[in-house]
Design a protein around this ligand. Structure first.
Ligand SMILES: Nc1ncnc2c1ncn2[C@@H]1O[C@H](COP(=O)(O)OP(=O)(O)OP(=O)(O)O)[C@@H](O)[C@H]1O
Ligand SMILES: [Mg+2]
Length: 253
């Protein structure tokens, strides 16, 4: 199948500390692609580089065949608007209601009247499985799981083709995490999304990703499907895949 994202010989760093050392991988259309690795292995850094938030030292990132770090501003804006993001730490605006949080991208970048934006926002609040009354609540009144769903509704409201999720299930109890995973699967099918999901939740990898990469020591230690991983020689953490939710935190190395 065709690639929607191509990462080619990518090196990233903070000052002279290398985080990714010449890594390459592809994400295919309509797949759920996992980026797995221990805390500090560079997952969020990689996502930031893919979203034009952190400049790479060298290499390229192609989304829809365009190198996002090389193309002009206008072309890049068009591509980035097809990318929905749910950040690791929620990033909801505390002074805005849920409805306004979900509609904020449309407020900023569309010319729809407020009434239409509210209707679209309400639709996506329902799509992610939240009851109607949540629309008038504020972020501090929400549970962790609800916040994640609001973040997801906001990302979906702009009609993305690719959804980037940074640790979508971290901090959730096992049941909520599983429910969230199922929701991602449904949304992928319903909206024909490609999903790039950063996680250190091995159960998410097992349950919903089609393929994944495992980051460690600034390199890709493994790339492929779970089946391939099970049979690969390089899997010194194989036994960890047998772990249940709740025992999912593990260290790099
Ligand atoms: N803005 C920054 N300036 C300097 N170093 C940074 C910065 N952001 C991250 N780092 C370092 O880069 C490394 C990778 O961090 P990153 O946040 O990408 O890891 P991660 O895999 O997302 O970890 P976690 O699972 O804890 O979210 C870490 O050692 C971190 O200290
Ligand atoms: Mg991170």
């Amino acid at each position: 199948m065709k690639n929607i994202i191509e990462v080619i010989n990518l090196t990233t760093s903070y000052k002279d500390r290398i985080i990714q050392d010449n890594i390459s991988f592809n994400v295919k259309y309509s797949e759920i692609f996992g980026i797995l690795g221990g805390s500090g292995s560079g997952k969020s850094t990689l996502l930031s580089t893919m979203l034009y938030l952190k400049e790479p030292l060298s290499g390229s990132i192609k989304i829809f065949d365009s190198d996002i770090w090389k193309i002009n501003h206008n072309k890049r804006s068009i591509i980035l608007r097809k990318c929905g993001v749910v950040f690791q730490f929620g990033a909801l605006y505390s002074s805005l209601s849920v409805l306004d949080n979900v509609g904020i991208m449309l407020e900023e970048y569309s010319s729809y009247p407020k009434k239409i934006i509210d209707e679209i926002s309400q639709y996506f609040i329902n799509i992610v499985g939240l009851p109607n009354y949540v629309k008038d609540m504020y972020p501090h009144e929400l549970s962790g799981g609800m916040k994640k769903r609001v973040g997801l509704a906001r990302a979906l409201a702009f009609n993305p083709k690719i959804l980037f999720l940074d640790e979508p299930t971290s901090g959730l109890d096992p049941q909520s995490a599983e429910n969230f995973d199922k929701l991602i699967l449904k949304l992928r099918d319903h909206f024909k999304l490609s999903v790039v999901m950063v996680t250190h939740d091995l159960d998410s990898i097992k349950d919903i990703t089609d393929r994944f990469i495992l980051l460690g020591n600034s390199k890709i230690l493994f790339s492929g499907s779970l089946e391939e991983f099970k049979y690969s020689q390089a899997n010194k953490i194989d036994n960890l895949l047998k772990s249940k939710r709740g025992e999912r935190l593990w260290k790099e190395g």
